[in-house]
Design a protein around this ligand. Structure first.
Ligand code: KIV
Ligand code: ZN
Length: 394
């Protein structure tokens, strides 16, 4: 697979950072075997880049990235490094056996980060960035440079540091919304501005956090402004409120092709399996109402909706569950369910030929039961049908 360039108009590179930023979710720690299992699944899913870890963080992290680099073929394998020699050398060692290695180096560019965290003047930050990219390029051809806290940075300063990084050899320029502060409109304008200032061969990338619940919207807006790489995680896991959710971005592009002229290389039928695996191995449950992969994402409860989907799924489904690798939509039987769904549930359980008056009677008993019990399962329905009660004669 050759890496798409900015000239492949509309092809978005999916950079998955589940194993790096995702693993920075409080409470998550994956061992090597778990990381490798997820990395193989990410390759099956069709991501273009796997950010496998932060090699300087610990010998274990370096070894984990190194195993993925040796064993997973297909995607580019990236290791993260701060803009310093030790970090970059560790990242270079970790990815050296990858079929397609990348070093991803970063330094903060916002006034608050430069003054309070780095204690560096802007000129010194640019110098460090250039040194870091130059050193990284001495190990690999594929170097990504990120300006941490870019969305709270001065735009002229961003252009300056990005131009310097590109001249030093960076091939991808990443714009992180590190603290989830930006808005879609701001993101679209920032990317359009950067695209106009940087050479056309540079791949612009977005990296959004979800502190205000806008990570996916901001990532899509970045693509509209000119981003050709989006960094995201499976299930949206990551620091604090998490990162942009891979499955939501991919399905937004897929479902709204009319609105967004973008395509990814993701095999959408692998989305659900990937989500389940990441949830199981990270120990982070997925909220039931999470778009695309939550338990309720394709479940219909109300009678009106159930009646609609029995007649035509498109009435209340904008995408098929099967497309993301799930079972067909479920009709949840409860007090909001109507006759049509009740009849269908009985038919699915093998009671297709019950007379109408019997179904009518069972339906009223089902409603009483649902009032008392909430959700009604297949066994409850079987018990209702099999109960030795005759339909009362009026
Ligand atoms: O959020 C962030 O700024 C990051 C960078 C290291 C890319 O994760
Ligand atoms: Zn991040």
């Amino acid at each position: 697979m050759t890496q798409p360039t900015q000239h492949d108009e509309g092809r978005i590179i999916i950079f998955d950072t589940t194993l790096r930023d995702g693993e920075q979710s409080p409470g998550v720690a994956l061992n090597h075997t778990q990381k490798l299992e997820i990395a193989h699944q990410l390759a099956r899913l069709g991501v273009d880049v796997i950010e496998a870890g932060f090699p300087i963080a610990s010998p274990g992290d370096l070894e984990g990235v190194s195993r993925i680099a040796r064993e997973v073929r297909g995607p580019i394998i990236a290791g993260l490094a701060r803009a310093g020699r030790a970090d970059i050398e560790a990242a270079a060692r970790a990815v050296e056996h990858a079929g397609k290695p990348r070093i991803h180096t970063f330094i903060a560019t916002s006034p608050i980060h430069m003054a309070k965290k780095l204690n560096l003047e802007p000129d010194a930050v640019v110098e460090r960035a250039v040194q870091a990219v130059t050193l990284a390029r001495s190990f690999v051809d594929d170097v990504e440079f990120s300006a941490e806290d870019a969305t709270r940075s001065d735009w002229d300063f961003l252009v300056r540091i990005f131009q310097a990084a590109v001249e030093a050899g960076a091939t991808t320029i990443n714009v992180p919304d590190t603290v989830g502060y930006t808005t879609p409109d701001e993101m679209r304008r920032l990317f359009a501005h950067l695209k106009a200032q940087l050479p056309a061969h540079v791949i612009l990338s977005s990296h959004c956090h979800d502190d205000l619940g806008m990570a996916v919207a901001n990532s899509i807006a970045a693509a509209e402004g000119g981003a050709r790489q989006i960094e995201c995680t499976v299930n949206g896991i990551g620091e604090r409120a998490g990162n942009a959710s891979l499955e939501e971005i991919v399905m937004a592009f897929h479902t709204r092709r009319d609105a967004y002229p973008f395509a990814t290389g993701i095999r959408t039928r692998e989305l659900y399996r990937s989500s389940r695996m990441v949830s199981r191995l990270s120990g982070m449950p997925v909220q039931p109402n999470k778009a695309i992969i939550g338990d309720n994402a394709f479940a219909h409860e109300s009678g009106i909706h159930q009646d609609g989907v029995i007649k035509a799924r498109e009435t209340y489904e904008i995408m098929n569950a099967e497309l993301v690798g799930r079972e067909a939509a479920v009709l949840v039987m409860g007090k909001h369910s109507g006759r049509a769904a009740f009849r269908k549930a009985l038919t699915d359980l093998g009671y297709a030929d019950l007379p109408d008056d019997k179904v009518q009677y069972l339906f009223s008993r089902f409603k009483d039961l649902a009032d008392r019990k909430g959700q009604i399962y297949a066994d409850d329905l079987r018990a209702l049908v099999e109960a030795r009660t005759d339909v009362p004669q009026t």
